[in-house]
Design a protein around this ligand. Structure first.
Ligand code: SF4
Length: 393
């Protein structure tokens, strides 16, 4: 019998993520699965994508597409054309938002032209910083001039929606340098800005330096960087809609919103994650293992992670991600959507009231959202959201 949760979610929108697992750089902060490309690996990758897509056998059109990596821009123009044709053949919704992530080093006029003609309508450029010294600290292999040239080419090609990714909390970065990065980003006039706090992921060069004591983490300084962005960017016309994301009106990233609202998403390629019809899984972060999985048909054990998800898990995650958004959450709507018991709703109301008393949460009509202080502590708040014992998976 179909689970009640599946019935409730059958109308969810669908986001498609495609992971291009190739890159020729080794940025010191990068924990994304990627390896050096070769002609043979590239060919197997395309064959694997086709097979995985057929196996997914989705019963609804794709509403958003996000191609990330690795570095999708490492694909040559003929390979990008092939990827675009493959994606177009998937049955895209009429107003699909279709993003491709590009590293400045890999941007060329020819590749951009192929993407534009192929149907891509949003480019996300991995700037990280405009500061030449901080670029070295991150292990980037190019200077700021590459970023400016790449941005100009993107606009000249005719892309109407452009995001810039920035990183803060880089070792030895000052607040003034952060403000200078934001100023230079705003001067380029993008439509969207994502601002991420540097994290020290395992198996990255920065993580080893942290482990050796050469670097340290300073939560107060990180909070100051966050707060500077939250004051600065809205003043320049970029409304904050999530802890790390800012957009001009009408340019919020629909693909990310789809994920944060706990709708459906399906990821293709090594290390890609999916959440579809009551299940959540992560593909193996290894090209060979992924290819074996798509050739033989994946069983649960072949995935890096696999989970049957209950309504309550989805509801908890909708609360967790919802609280990171400026709009916040509508508890009644979440309760109705995920079929939450009255008892659990009471626990949540009690929890939010307690947070309201200490100034971390505010309420406006039916909506509950974090105050600025609460948003700084969004992860800690999320970790304390009551769990329904015996029901949540
Ligand atoms: S360019 Fe992107 S994928 Fe490649 S190492 Fe740097 S951050 Fe990672």
């Amino acid at each position: 019998m179909m689970q009640e949760g599946n019935q409730k979610h059958s109308q969810s929108t669908l986001g498609l993520y495609i992971h291009v697992p190739f890159c020729s750089s080794t940025c010191d902060f990068c924990a994304f699965y990627q390896e050096r490309p070769s002609k043979k690996k590239m060919e197997s990758y395309f064959t694997g994508l086709q097979k995985e897509w057929k196996q997914a056998n989705l019963a609804q059109p794709v509403d958003t597409v996000f191609v990330g990596g690795g570095t999708p821009g490492i694909l040559q123009p003929d390979q990008l054309k092939r990827l675009c044709e493959f994606i177009k053949g998937m049955g895209l919704g009429e107003k699909v938002e279709w993003t491709v992530e590009l590293a400045p080093n890999e941007v060329t006029e020819e590749k951009l032209s192929v993407l534009h003609k192929g149907g891509v309508n949003r480019i996300s450029l991995g700037v990280q910083t405009f500061d030449a010294e901080l670029m070295v600290a991150l292990g980037r292999k190019h200077g700021p001039e590459k970023v400016f040239r790449a941005y100009d080419m993107i606009r000249e090609t005719g892309f109407k929606s452009v995001n810039l990714d920035l990183i803060f909390g880089i070792p030895h970065q000052t607040i003034n340098q952060w403000e200078s990065d934001m100023t230079q980003a705003v001067e380029l006039d993008p439509d969207h800005l994502s601002t991420y706090c540097l994290t020290f992921e395992e198996d990255t060069a920065l993580y080893y330096r942290l482990a050796k004591g050469e670097l340290s983490i300073n939560p107060e300084k990180e909070a100051a960087f966050y707060e500077r962005a939250w004051e600065f960017l809205p003043g320049k016309g970029y409304s904050q809609y999530e802890v790390s994301n800012f957009a001009r009106e009408g340019y919020a990233c629909v693909h990310n919103l789809n994920t944060w609202k706990m709708n459906h998403w399906v990821g293709l390629g090594p290390s890609a994650c999916s959440q579809y019809q009551g299940r959540r899984w992560k593909n193996p972060s290894n090209l060979e293992q992924w290819l074996t999985g798509v050739s033989n048909g994946f069983s649960r054990e072949d995935y890096d992670e696999f989970l049957e998800i209950s309504h309550h898990t989805l509801a908890e995650d909708a609360l967790l991600f919802g609280l990171r958004m400026n709009q916040g959450i509508n508890l009644a709507e979440i309760a109705n959507r995920f079929g939450l018991s009255k008892e659990y709703q009471k626990q949540l109301i009690h929890f939010f009231k307690a947070l309201g008393k200490v100034g971390l949460i505010k309420q406006s009509g039916e909506w509950i959202s974090c105050t600025q202080e609460g948003r700084i502590r969004a992860d800690a708040i999320a970790a304390q959201i009551p769990v329904v014992e015996g029901i949540s998976v």
